[in-house]
Design a protein around this ligand. Structure first.
Ligand code: FHN
Length: 447
């Protein structure tokens, strides 16, 4: 199909080669933190669960239905008067993320409820009006940067509480003037975030699906240009804006609108070809859904360490980053289930990080045992999650490959083995290799 003439297409090249994007490509593992007023209720209120009444824990402001508390929105919008996280310690969070092996972190500066966790001059609905008062965003940016973890700021354009926000495109002149006030407010907030927190590496935009924003493609195109000019090397994902035909994430010619694809949320691509070579990250909740604090995990399947490691290796095997979400409670503590997972992931990463950081997709046939990641021209890792019942992992490799069992390597007796055949069997416990039977008529297709 012939290419469409697009005026509001990508502002950066695909697969940017600068240092910031190279670092992005090598992160492997990231941490998402959703924190805000929704952490106070923790998906319930006065003993009543919002699980049936709101789409997710950080959507609890939209709680409706028979068991929604009366005057709930008014109650929710006044929660800022209670926000006083006495246990909040950004350094502790950052240390935990470091021990887990996260290389970047995405933090909610403002979610759809419009409450700003930084001392913004654009609205009084911000952290300075709470008993806590202090700049949460600064504490987080400083603490994570000090640990060597790159920080990206999550920013929701959608604001449920803002009278100037429009879902449908404004029609009358008065409506257009009102919405333009909202657009200028949004621009002012983003310029504030860049000015206050220059250490950040990028933005993770959200809440950009409503028609009023979609039809503001001239404004958003120029705003992206301005943000990038203000902060050279800034990384912006594909959720920020759309082209003049309303195409989001990818423009009408299929080109990525941003530096990394943000469509993988609570789901992973099944095949490398789906990615069209674009950079991407996948963001994942531990419960089935719910990004903000959820007090009660009972009755939900919450992902185990093995589930998460499998997702991590699936992501990095396809040149993506895997970002695990944490939702601290109203006092600033992680859910105990999150603390446990962070520890277990970190223990695994300490042993296996070589197969995770700075790796790339390799074009070996997909393995039923787990995931291949390529470190360099001579090093390919196979991370096994599906242990064969006979404990022998059959691996098709190049004929002259040298095979060093990673755990043997870690145990210090690396046994490099000249491989005689195209297929070998590796005993996953004894770490010894066998020439597996190769039928006479087998013709190795590996040089
Ligand atoms: O509506 C939000 C949701 O609350 C959460 O922030 C996720 C995180 O990626 N993004 C939106 C849903 O796509």
């Amino acid at each position: 199909t012939e290419k469409k003439e697009i005026k509001y297409g990508p502002l950066t090249d695909k697969n940017r080669k600068d240092a910031n994007m190279e670092a992005f490509r090598n992160y492997g593992l990231g941490q998402f933190i959703h924190w805000g007023l929704y952490a106070i209720p923790g998906n319930e209120w006065e003993g009543v669960s919002a699980r049936k009444g709101a789409a997710a824990s950080e959507w609890i402001r939209s709680w409706s239905g028979p068991n929604a508390p009366k005057n709930w929105i008014e109650t929710y919008d006044n929660l800022y008067k209670q926000f006083n996280p006495k246990d909040f310690d950004a350094k502790r969070w950052a240390k935990q993320a470091k021990d887990m092996g996260a290389k970047y972190m995405i933090f909610t500066t403002k979610h759809h409820d419009g409450f700003a966790l930084w001392p913004t001059k654009t609205t009084d609905y911000n952290i300075t009006k709470t008993p806590f008062k202090k700049d949460v965003v600064k504490a987080v940016v400083d603490a994570y940067t000090a640990e060597g973890i790159d920080v990206y700021l999550y920013f929701s354009v959608l604001e449920w509480n803002n009278p100037d926000y429009f879902y449908k495109a404004p029609k009358t002149e008065a409506e257009k003037a009102k919405y333009n006030k909202f657009l200028q407010y949004t621009r002012a907030q983003l310029l504030e975030l860049l000015a206050n927190y220059p250490q950040i590496k990028g933005f993770w935009f959200d809440g950009t699906w409503d028609q009023a924003w979609v039809q503001s493609y001239d404004f958003t195109y120029n705003l992206e240009k301005e943000l990038r000019a203000k902060h050279p090397g800034l990384i912006i994902g594909s959720r920020f804006r759309n082209d003049e035909f309303g195409k989001r994430h990818f423009d009408s010619n299929g080109n990525l609108l941003g530096d990394y694809e943000q469509g993988w949320e609570r789901k992973l691509p099944k095949d490398y070809s789906w990615l069209d070579g674009n950079d991407w990250d996948a963001v994942m909740t531990i419960p089935p859904n719910g990004w903000g604090y959820m007090k009660d995990w009972s009755g939900l399947y919450t992902k185990t360490t093995d589930d998460l490691l499998d997702m991590l290796m699936q992501s990095v095997s396809m040149n993506g980053n895997f970002v695990l979400n944490f939702g601290p409670d109203g006092l600033g503590n992680m859910h105990p289930g999150e603390d446990k997972l962070a520890k277990e992931l970190g223990d695994w990463m300490k042993v296996n990080h070589e197969a995770v950081y700075g790796v790339r997709h390799t074009d070996l046939p997909l393995s039923k045992l787990g995931y291949y990641t390529q470190k360099d021209s001579t090093t390919v890792y196979l991370t096994v999650f599906n242990r064969p019942v006979n404990n022998i992992a059959r691996i098709a490799v190049a004929k002259n490959a040298k095979l060093v069992p990673v755990s043997a390597q870690i145990l210090g007796d690396a046994k490099a083995l000249e491989v005689k055949h195209a297929d070998i069997g590796l005993d996953l416990d004894k770490q010894t290799y066998y020439d597996v039977y190769i039928p006479e008529n087998y013709k190795s297709n590996r040089a």
